[in-house]
Design a protein around this ligand. Sequence first.
Ligand code: GDP
Ligand code: MN
Ligand code: MN
Length: 250
Amino acid sequence: MNAEAITVENIPLIKPGDDIARVIAERAKLEEKDIIIISSTIVSKSENRIFSLDGIKVTGRAETIAKKNSNDPRFVQIVLDESEEVLLDSPFLLVRMKNGSICVNAGIDRSNVEGQENVLLLPEAPDESAGRIRDSLFKLTGKKVSVIITDTNGRAFRIGQTGAAIGITGIKPTRDWRGTKDLFGRVLEVKNEAVVDEIAGFGNFLMGEGNGGTPVVIIRGLNLYHESSGIKELIRPEREDVILRALRSQ
Ligand code: GDP
Ligand code: MN
Ligand code: MN
């Protein structure tokens, strides 16, 4: 197998209202079935998900949590406002968000955002953001592509962060091996590979985390195009999630 990964160069600082699809189409020659990996940071900026900590009204609950984990209470308040449920409040704030994803600080970033007091929230509906960008790319280029919106996330049990897919379109999130045979004829019973996270991980690696300015990566040569899909397929149903249950019962 031979796949190609290309970073899209010379992307400007993205501002609210910017058309991400146009920014990409003007800088890259897309091909049919390309996978376009886009950092959530620039999608959020284009959707004006920038909020200032100035003037945020802080509740008693946010004050208490902020003291426990030495955070800015206004930042904690914004995280709480984005969350459905707090699963851990120290030493870091682990929350379940409205779309079912579980992550630290509701994915709210202070890095790579202009303005000392500004924070950047994740896109409100990342699957829909991915879908809009894909539709615009089709209008602009005539090419059917897949889109994966990524964020850098920490992991349970292991040191270090990796890229994860938080919104997808035009690609099936998993490659299901169940029912197929291994090298020795044994039928695979569990393997359902989360391919969009694997691809997001490598895309995130090429983007970097600092001032590299490369928030878009194209992966070419994988045949994973699929019409309908959404990241919800990757969220484990609550009744099957023993770790979620353990966190709730502490
Ligand atoms: P996240 O993982 O989605 O939270 O995004 P990061 O903040 O880690 O940024 C990923 C990459 O995108 C880094 O290489 C940043 O330098 C770059 N980046 C972030 N914002 C912008 C922007 O507005 N314009 C450009 N050109 N690059 C950006
Ligand atoms: Mn982030
Ligand atoms: Mn990152």
